[in-house]
Write a protein that binds this ligand. Structure first.
Ligand code: PBG
Ligand code: ZN
Length: 325
């Protein structure tokens, strides 16, 4: 395969040829759209750093869910912005909590759309950590019960899948057991398995009001320098009963997505996080980048690295051109 016998440009000369040999094709089935639910009625608070995204009251969130479904997006991932916080994050597992209400309403209005719920405590705790706090420490084992309780209350509200994002050890097993004991053995778990302690979450924390009030998340989220550890984290979640494993963030961790894809045979999700979205939107607003093209290139890269599913704030923007094709 040497020049001049082989000329790679031969197969690049027309769009027809390029399409024929294209190795990676995005499709709308790949996308999961994150949404932020907040109390009240007719609320649509813009998230400054995430153009096109809002904290939505349930009525408006249902409307957005309808639009996502109409575009062919198979699933949404719900986050809650509660009106009260306390040390144990009790609003996370309240029967009439914000995610529970949003879940019920979306399932009523658009039953074919899958509702996945983010299971964590950080939006609901007054200290902003993903577990309960003992002094300055995050108490792993004491947090498990609260996390499992949250997952169960989401399932009771009608969630189709739960997605624990807390990074406590053993939470997948605890959730699986709790769901099974309560007749929810059919509910899958999408585990945030290799979730890094990343500064790319900044815009999300402003949107969800979930920044830690002291310290940081380094004692539970992964060190960005580690990839072998990601394999260990994923194997634990697989053993504990995860149905989908996730790598998060996506762009700075494409190698981790690739490794996880090679090592495991479960579906792999990648979370194209808030900071990755904001960077592209900001550069687009400055006139420095062609936003729509960079969006497609980025999503294609995440899929090419091995992600079967992409959780992305671009879901609607990317679904539109794909639908027209
Ligand atoms: C909460 C949670 C976070 C994200 C998803 N779930 C933030 C965090 O861990 O601090 C980040 C999502 C994003 O940045 O888009 N555990
Ligand atoms: Zn959290």
């Amino acid at each position: 395969m040497l020049f001049p016998d082989y000329r790679p440009r031969r197969m690049r000369q027309s769009e027809a040829f390029r399409r024929m040999i294209r190795e990676t094709a995005l499709s709308v089935e790949d996308f999961i759209l994150p949404l932020f639910a907040i109390g009240g009625k007719k609320v649509q608070n813009p998230i400054a750093s995430m153009p096109g995204h809002y904290q939505l009251s349930v009525d408006n969130l249902v409307q957005t869910a309808r639009e996502a479904h109409a575009l062919g997006i198979p699933a949404v991932l719900l986050f809650g912005v509660p009106d009260r916080k306390d040390p144990l994050g009790t609003a996370a597992y309240a029967k009439d909590g914000i995610v529970q209400r949003a879940t019920r309403s979306v399932k009523d209005a658009v039953p074919e759309l899958a509702v996945i719920t983010d299971v964590c405590l950080c939006q609901y705790t007054d200290h902003g950590h993903c577990g309960c706090v003992e002094g300055e420490c995050i108490d792993n084992d004491a947090s498990l019960d609260l996390i499992a309780r949250t997952a169960l209350s989401h399932a009771k509200a009608g969630a189709d899948m739960v997605a624990p994002s807390d990074m406590m050890d053993g939470r997948v097993a605890e959730i699986r057991e709790t769901l099974d004991e309560n007749d929810f053995s059919r509910i899958p778990i999408m585990a945030y398995s290799a979730k890094y302690c990343s500064s790319y979450y900044g815009p999300f924390r402003a949107a969800a009001d979930s920044a830690p009030q002291f310290g940081d998340r380094r004692t539970y989220q992964m060190d960005p320098a580690n990839a072998l550890e990601a394999i260990r984290e994923v194997s634990m979640d697989v053993e504990e009963g995860a149905d989908i494993v996730m790598v998060k963030p996506a762009l700075a961790y494409l190698d981790v997505i690739y490794r996880v894809r090679q090592e495991f045979d479960l579906p792999v999700a990648a979370y194209n996080v808030s900071g990755e979205f904001s960077m592209i939107k900001a550069a687009e607003q400055m006139g420095w980048l062609d936003g729509p093209r960079v969006m497609m290139e980025t999503l294609t890269a995440i899929k090419r690295a091995g992600a079967d599913l992409i959780i992305t704030y671009f879901a609607m923007d990317a679904a539109r051109p794909l639908q027209r094709k």
